[in-house]
Unconditional design. Sequence first.
Length: 460
Amino acid sequence: MFFRTLSGRFLLLTIIFVMLAEVVIFVPSVARFREDYLQQRLELAQLASLALLATPDDMVTPELADELLKNAEVLNIVLRRNERRELILSSPMLQPVMFTYDLRDASAYELIKDAMVTLFINDEEIVRVIGRPVKGAGIEIETTLEIMPLRNAMLVYGQNVFLLSLLISVISSAMLFVAVRFSIVRPIRRLVGNMMTYQQDPEDATRVIAPQSRVVELRAAEDTLHDLQTQLTANLKQKERLAQLGEAVAKISHDLRNILTTTQLLADRIEMSEDPTVARIAPKLVNSVGRAINLCEQTLKFGKAEEAAPRPEHFKLAELVDEIIDSENLRDEAEGVKIRCEFAPDFALTADREQMFRVIINLVRNARQAMVATQGGGEICVRADRTPSGAELKVCDTGPGLPNAAKDKLFQPFQGSVRKGGTGLGLAIAAELVRGHGGTLELAETSESGTCFRIHLPQK
Ligand SMILES: Nc1ncnc2c1ncn2[C@@H]1O[C@H](COP(=O)(O)OP(=O)(O)OP(=O)(O)O)[C@@H](O)[C@H]1O
Ligand SMILES: [Mg+2]
């Protein structure tokens, strides 16, 4: 579990990376150690052989030769001083020479390869080492020695390097661990902690984060979060105010509708008045009151935040449109408006019948109102087709087209209306009802020769 945390990951990775780096350093440094070891033996051998110079015939007693060789920790020494003169110290060798190492022009590759081979030698072997005498004391020095002491020294050295690497990696990982905890983990925890407290009450502005990190990336995250939270808190407050306002409007609409309904009853009576002036004004009064009641009712309906979920049923479109024709008084072209259906008489839909009635009647009424108001009549056409994903309905008219002011905010409540007496809710409600079915309502086209709305309804 610990290694799944950010600091745990860093700790593990640092140990792995430092150990990898140490392996890369280990091999050449062991090779270097071996070369130094051999070079040191050559120098000791050179010193030992120089004792021969003090004698007249370059010879010492076998006891002294033995002691000199022991001191230099080698078995044989040959120092070539010039082409003719050689100084030789030798002791009897129990075994033949196994390898010859010439250090004079050995490449790095050779040194590394020989060092690795040495590490794996297991028997008591004898090796010959050739080098250059130090301080120009001759042209070549050659010595033989046992390999085991060299191998053991190399193993001890390798072990030390390994332990040191381990120590370095543990110390550096621990330091990095502390650094990561302080500079990354702690600020991230603070960020997450703030998100959680903010989430509990996003309307409380005191819970908005105060950026304070000095790490650039974390500061950017804090700044962005700060902006986001400030904006969200402000939006939530505004939404709350709007909700309160909406509630107040709903209450006013409700009471106003009741008052207006009473007024309408009284106005109905005035219509029967004998007085010609009163009789002339009365219908206008009744109409105005009727429109005011309609506005109150629509506002109340819209105030019920969401429409009920659709209850789909299978019904014939022709029958639904027939009811709309009656409701909109289009049966006998009363206002010069004709209606035509372009779909098969048995074309059926699966949808909430009541809601689809409201959608289509809104579109038909808009078309009728627009044509009556501007050109005293026209034709409305209701089309229906099957599509691969459902059904497509179209309500088209030969009216004047949408006014520019209406186009921009067509489906937005209270905003799209430019019609006198219109509330601007019809299309917003229709679009919401279609959306509730998983479909879309859109303006297909509009021009001076007419307007066409298209509904797409998914069908199972
Ligand atoms: N077929 C159409 N032809 C021309 N203009 C249209 C048509 N349909 C809608 N409009 C315009 O779009 C506006 C918005 O229509 P919408 O139905 O949303 O509101 P409304 O009809 O004004 O009011 P209500 O809420 O009573 O329906 C209308 O005022 C009208 O100007
Ligand atoms: Mg309308």
